[in-house]
Design a protein around this ligand. Structure first.
Ligand SMILES: Nc1ncnc2c1ncn2[C@@H]1O[C@H](COP(=O)(O)OP(=O)(O)OP(=O)(O)O)[C@@H](O)[C@H]1O
Length: 264
């Protein structure tokens, strides 16, 4: 099987801005990746490119074996789920949770027809896996941020994507909701036919051990990439952040601290 994602010496320029600089990145089947970078480092730009919303100024991109330029991007996008916390607001009004989830299969937001037994069963199964089965009849707008995030992940999975992008899914979640969401994401990876996960974050401690690999992005450059346990180390991260940081490990997760406080 070929690579899930393959970027070769990719640049993206827009006017005088040079937003991706010589990025090469390979995601192989069976790997799950974390994408770590500070604000403005180019994470969203990279995701847009993988989804075919922007094209490289230089270099080549191929996703799921399809080289850009030789594939209908609308078909490709059906194979990629993109769950973004910024997209969830106010989209679904008074729709019930079950409808929001099921609508993921039909690439429309509202859906009031064609609810087959199979669709219902699939939605129920996904909501259970994600620990939000009890929300079945709830209005989406009454769900908490964490619950909405789980429902939107279930929604994306309804289309059985090959790649699932989780774009800062823990934004705005309290400590406990965050851990619950992370548990659900871990649970997902234990299922059959799990899509390749790409987890975008600013926070190292959200990178669960199931994310076998990590890419560090800074100012449009892939500064480091490789196995997560090698990347999550004080020397590598201090180099990446261009500031000394200390890494503490708990249960296979890495917590980064600035020694001596925030003024250093
Ligand atoms: N279409 C564009 N044209 C010019 N500059 C852009 C464009 N899109 C984004 N930028 C700039 O490129 C940089 C990278 O943006 P991007 O949204 O990819 O960063 P990010 O890593 O996703 O950031 P955040 O973590 O804050 O979401 C930013 O400085 C942004 O202002």
């Amino acid at each position: 099987m070929g690579n899930v994602i393959q970027l070769q010496n990719v640049h993206w320029r827009n006017g005088s801005s040079h937003l991706l600089r010589d990025v090469s990145w390979q995601v192989k089947p069976g790997e799950h990746w974390a994408l770590l970078g500070l604000n403005g480092s180019g994470k969203t730009t990279l995701l847009k490119m993988i989804n075919g919303y922007i094209w490289p100024s230089e270099g080549t991109v191929s996703v799921l074996g399809h080289r850009f330029g030789e594939v209908d991007l609308r078909d490709l996008r059906k194979l990629i789920g993109w769950v973004s916390s910024s997209l969830q607001e106010q989209l679904y009004g008074t729709d019930k949770a079950q409808h929001v989830v099921i609508s993921g299969k039909y690439a429309t937001i509202g859906l009031y027809e064609r609810l087959s037994e199979e669709d219902l069963g699939q939605a129920e199964g996904l909501m259970k896996t994600l620990g939000c089965g009890h929300l079945w009849d709830r209005e989406f707008r009454t769900c908490s941020q964490g619950e909405k995030q789980k429902l939107l992940i279930a929604r994306a999975l309804m289309a059985q994507p090959r790649i699932l992008i989780l774009d800062e899914p823990c934004n705005g979640l309290d400590l406990f909701s965050r851990e619950k969401l992370l548990d659900s994401i871990e649970e997902l990876t234990l299922q059959e036919r799990t899509p390749t996960l790409i987890y975008v974050t600013h926070h190292t401690e959200e990178i669960l051990p199931v994310f076998s690999h990590t890419l560090l992005l800074r100012k449009g450059e892939a500064v480091e990439q490789g196995r997560t346990e090698k990347i999550m180390d004080g020397v590598t991260l201090s180099h990446f952040f261009e500031a000394p940081v200390v890494v503490e490990k708990h249960s296979g997760r890495s917590y980064v601290r600035i020694p001596g406080g925030r003024h250093h």
